[in-house]
Design a protein around this ligand. Structure first.
Ligand code: PLP
Length: 504
């Protein structure tokens, strides 16, 4: 009987022994009636305590797989006699051969890597798009446990309708009214984060080969989602007034897309907002060409200066706009609650697809958000994070301006989470990323936000998550990394300017 012990494994040794003997019984290598080695002998041969083997045998006995009698030893039970023969030898599966085309198309580790890097203690992260720890509205969580257990029907522990808790849908409709968008609660679908809304939209609207228009640059997860479903993705450049609607007009005529995906306010990653004129023109073009518009709006409330532009959804008189928003950027990203506001037939179709996914958003999270919205604390909290993030943005801009790196340029954002920078001519982005990580700072390379390996001359810096103290330190490290990368003859990394993989 061959048993291997891995002393570095986190699995206790007695479980390793038990599991291997179980496997031998189930695959027929140990036949009913065969005797297990005496405990002392097995312990000696494996170099473990006798009690370890004893515990393993005791567990096998409790599972009804073996029996032991004084004097006769430990025997595999005949109850296992339905196993007649050993299978013989097989190879493990070649997993890649099983993956669907959709999952292969979605095979991009960027997001996972970003989350890993963002959690590294030694890194000042400008890469994540997450809220400040210092302003987390933790008071929203106080007393929650007691309230939940004292509910007569334990409402927050049960399922909710797929569309979401009615009272949360009402509270979100109220919030939408405050934003200037008139919707009823039944035009709201609560999501497990607004990214889910993009994913459902892709499934509801896109068959392989259908055309989706995106901004260039665009939110990387949206690009990945649309690619995964086999969409033909066409980019429209963004300038300081947002999406170039003159280019859009030509592309609409040529490609007849089903969807236009846009972030009109504080776009991720560029931070720019679309002018009112372009917003109106975009809608007119969508109406003429019969294309639906997804208005993705996580950041509009995080405004620092300037007048708020009307939402596309607010301007839309014919029901072409599907509006997405989220509490990730205002409350906590881990709460995973976002929403969609759309005409009822669209809500219905999204609900059908959503039922196939997670059934509904986490009930406790929905309940916490509803409670927060009804508590009247929302406005004060938004005010607080606006203030804090404006200060952090300014600290980042000041740090960049002090002893500036020649050729490094950026757009000053008037809201949102990000600073979009253009690197000095000829900076190899992948080499820079590695040099930056070596110095303890991370960012997202521009290539993540473009199709086909473009965008290597850009980087996105987040200023909301790193603390006020860390921002200047991180910028210092980044400036050093840029200077060092430009000085050293560029190291050729495989796939430079094509791959967006290595984050560390
Ligand atoms: C433009 C945009 N849309 C959607 C999301 C996803 O947000 P959520 O956490 O609600 O899924 C993000 C998050 O970074 C984003 O920037």
């Amino acid at each position: 009987m061959q048993i291997k012990i891995d002393r570095n494994s986190r699995t206790p040794m007695y479980i390793q022994i038990r599991n291997q003997i179980r496997a031998m019984i189930f695959d027929g290598r140990l036949r009913p009636g065969s005797l297990l080695p005496p405990e002392r002998k097995l312990a000696e041969s494996l170099g473990v305590n006798r009690s370890t083997v004893l515990t393993a045998y005791r567990e096998l006995k409790a599972d009804g797989l073996v029996d032991s009698h004084v004097g006769r030893g430990t025997m595999v039970l005949s109850a296992m006699s339905e196993v007649s023969e050993s299978y013989g030898e097989f190879d493990p599966p070649l997993y890649n051969q099983f993956f669907s085309q959709l999952s292969e198309r979605a095979n991009d580790p960027l997001l996972r890597d970003l989350l890993v890097v963002a959690n590294r203690k030694d890194i000042i992260s400008f890469s994540a798009g997450i809220s400040a720890i210092e302003t987390d509205p933790v008071e929203a969580l106080k007393g929650i446990e007691e309230e939940i257990v004292s509910q007569p029907n334990h409402e927050a522990l049960k399922h909710t309708p797929t569309e979401g808790f009615w009272s949360l849908r009402e509270a979100i409709a109220d919030l939408m009214h405050k934003r200037g968008i008139g919707v009823t609660p039944d035009e709201i679908l609560v999501l497990s984060g607004s990214q889910q809304g993009i994913d459902i939209a892709a499934r509801v609207f896109i068959d392989p080969g259908d055309v989706v228009i995106v901004e260039e640059p665009s939110f990387f997860s949206a690009l990945q989602i649309f690619s995964a479903v086999g969409a033909r993705i066409i980019g429209v450049p963004v300038d300081d007034q947002g999406m170039r609607v003159d280019v859009l007009e030509q592309l609409l005529q040529r490609y007849r897309p089903k969807l236009i995906y846009t972030m009109p306010t504080y776009q991720n990653p560029s931070g720019v907002s679309m002018s009112l004129e372009r917003r109106r023109r975009l809608l007119e073009l969508a109406y003429r060409r019969k294309a639906l518009v997804i208005e993705d709006d996580p950041y509009s409330e995080i405004s620092f200066e300037g007048a708020r532009k009307p939402y596309l959804k607010e301007l839309d008189t014919y029901g072409y706009v599907i509006y997405l928003s989220t509490f990730s950027k205002i409350l906590f990203p881990g709460i995973r609650i976002g929403w969609m506001a759309a005409p009822k037939p669209i809500i219905h179709q999204f609900t059908m697809i959503r039922q196939l996914q997670d059934l509904h958003a986490n009930s406790i999270s929905q309940w916490i958000v509803e409670r927060f919205l009804r508590s009247g604390r929302y406005d004060a909290h938004v005010q607080r994070i606006r203030e804090e993030y404006r200060i952090r943005r300014d600290i980042m801009l000041d740090a960049l301006l002090e002893d500036p790196v020649p050729g490094l340029e950026w757009i000053k954002p008037t809201g949102g989470y990000y600073l979009w920078c253009k690197l000095p001519e000829g900076t190899p982005n992948m080499s820079l990323m590695v040099n930056a990580a070596d110095r303890g700072v991370s960012y997202v390379p521009g290539t993540a936000f473009y199709l086909g390996g473009k965008g290597g001359q850009y980087m996105r810096l987040n200023y909301t998550y790193p603390s006020r103290e860390d921002i200047p330190k991180g910028i210092e490290r980044l400036k050093e990394a840029i200077t060092a990368t430009l000085k050293r003859p560029p190291h050729k990394y495989p796939g430079e300017e094509k791959s967006i993989k290595p984050i560390v």
